[in-house]
Ligand binder design. Structure first.
Ligand code: PRP
Ligand code: ADE
Length: 176
């Protein structure tokens, strides 16, 4: 682990058996107690994406936190992907399976331009179902997913394999 990864790891809280027995939940919200570390993280994310994307898509809810900061840092538009029923119409939907349960997500297609190059950002890459469904949704609306970024990747769940058909340009600051 590099120095930044080590400090992120040190500041991610672990919660056993949440939200279901057997899941070790990585609670990234503990990072927000360390504003200087968060600034460094935003810079690391921005450096990865600078000059390569036209817009950022953040996934509800914890993908909104750094997602918007990355978009602002790069002076780019930000698009929200939300769980079903939260966004006003018109919306386009996609269903997928989670590490725990399943879900449907939605986006407002009027904020996606034909050929616009997207970074999809979220806090945790687990099975990859959420990020894969998000990429499908963006591409269904005419966008092109050219990068993914995450704070933490749970490598033992092999989520990256679901994302490789879109792009192999994938950043995760910490890997488990
Ligand atoms: O790679 P996957 O197996 O799809 O899992 C990753 C997703 O799970 C978590 O979201 P969660 O559903 O807990 O929602 P939240 O961000 O609103 O807490 C996490 O924030 C990712 O969005
Ligand atoms: N173990 C985990 N911790 C935090 N977020 C998650 N999303 C899916 N699996 C997760």
């Amino acid at each position: 682990m590099n120095d930044l990864a080590q400090r992120i790891d040190d500041n991610i809280a672990r919660v056993a058996d949440f939200p279901q027995p057997g899941i070790q939940y990585k609670d990234i919200t503990s990072l927000f107690q360390q504003p200087e570390l968060c600034n460094e993280m935003v810079e690391a994310f921005a450096e990865f994406s600078r000059g390569k994307i036209d817009a950022v898509c953040g996934i509800e809810s914890r993908g909104f936190l750094f997602g918007l900061l990355i978009a602002q840092k790069l002076n780019l538009p930000f698009v929200l992907v939300r769980k079903q029923g939260k966004l006003p119409p018109p919306t386009v939907a996609e269903s997928y399976e989670l590490e725990y349960g399943n879900a449907t997500i939605e986006v407002q297609p009027q904020y996606i331009q034909n050929g616009q190059r997207f970074l999809v950002h979220d806090d945790v890459l687990a099975t990859g179902g959420t990020a894969e469904a998000t990429a499908k949704l963006i591409e269904k609306c005419g966008g092109k997913v050219v990068q993914f970024s995450f704070i933490a990747e749970l490598e033992f769940l092999h989520g990256r394999e679901k994302l490789n058909p879109f792009t192999t340009d994938i950043q995760s600051l910490v890997r488990y």
